[in-house]
Design a protein around this ligand. Structure first.
Ligand code: HEM
Length: 137
């Protein structure tokens, strides 16, 4: 297996196994779900690590393909959208951290966290469309 094929496998494996943790976080962050914020923080960390792996493996794909992708608009847009979804997840993790530290009203902070995580879910869906359809050349 070439380095490119291996990296592509990792990229797609993390897309399938890791990205689901973002959707799970969004559903479980609803104030009414009753899930402990500490558990949500762990899920959020897993999602953050998976986002990081998507970015790194995506950049490695370009490297192993001798820079075949980095001038394409879909590739650049995917990088930006991945960073934006990482920022949304970071915002959610901070809100959950405030609940754990007892520094914020639980329902309001968890509502804010859930909203931010849904933004990340929407961005991931957009990224998958970019990866598969490759619009804007
Ligand atoms: C949430 C983030 C991401 C998800 C869920 C995702 C998912 C995917 C999927 C499912 C494919 C296979 C598409 C196909 O073969 O039709 C793919 C391909 C690819 N992705 Fe991503 N991706 C993400 C982020 C990124 C980022 C940030 C980059 C660049 C830095 C990137 C670069 C690539 C490249 C270059 C390919 C083409 C591989 C090939 O055709 O051999 N991806 N991605």
């Amino acid at each position: 297996m070439t380095a490119y094929a291996f990296t592509r496998l990792v990229h797609i494996l993390v897309a399938i196994l890791g990205m689901g943790s973002i959707t799970a976080s969004a559903v479980l962050a609803r104030p009414s779900s009753g899930v402990a914020p500490v558990a949500l923080r762990s899920l959020g960390r897993l999602a953050g690590a998976a986002m990081g792996l998507m970015l790194v493996s995506g950049l490695l794909l370009d490297y192993f393909a001798s820079g075949a992708f980095h001038r394409a608009n879909w590739f650049r847009l995917a990088m930006l959208a991945t960073i934006a979804s990482g920022i949304a997840m970071g915002y959610a993790r901070r809100a959950i951290g405030q609940v754990i530290a007892g520094k914020a009203d639980r329902d309001r902070a968890m509502g804010r966290a859930a909203g931010a995580i849904w933004v990340a879910v929407a961005l991931v869906a957009f990224i998958v469309v970019l990866m598969v359809r490759r619009p804007f050349a």
